[in-house]
Design a protein around this ligand. Sequence first.
Ligand code: AMP
Length: 191
Amino acid sequence: MALNIVLFGPPGAGKGTQSERLIQKYGLIHLSTGDIFRANMKEETELGILAKSFISKGHLVPDEVTINMLKEEVLKHPESKGFIFDGFPRTTVQAVALDEFLATMNSSIKVMLALEVEENELRERLMKRALVSGRSDDADEKIIQNRINVYKNETAPVKTFYEKQSKFISIDGIGTIDEISNRIYGAIEKN
Ligand code: AMP
């Protein structure tokens, strides 16, 4: 059975950093919808131009566009031992679509790991990250606040979706990178 993990958390929770650790440790394929959108924006593809109009405001890219893109990425890796879904699903519609899609491949999500970090800490981390990330959506306080609000209103309910399937695990996202990685490994190995 593939080790498919949803790595969940608000913007600035450390999903990208922890994904890098998980890729190395478990040999998984990392799919970050944010990274894929940014690559398309850089190449100025049709998808990138569309995504930019939402991302630059701190809004979500529409579900249909995001889901189709994600499916295409998964299908590029038929031999994968499993995927880390980073930044996806961000709405309940996306979560349902992911379950249905994985089921067509006789696969499923094993666990959702939710990095929990309180709001003030997130704001501070994102402002700091802006200095090195080059991401315009990190550099503007209003856009950061939009992203946090979108997380609370549209994305946080996705936890309930996985809770109902007994797949939800909360991870304290405060501490050193190593401490948080160890919490994540512990959670994966217990399940
Ligand atoms: P991230 O790198 O995960 O913080 O994502 C950056 C931005 O890309 C988000 O603020 C959204 O505008 C967009 N985005 C990333 N993933 C998704 C998704 N699953 N659904 C909709 N929009 C997304």
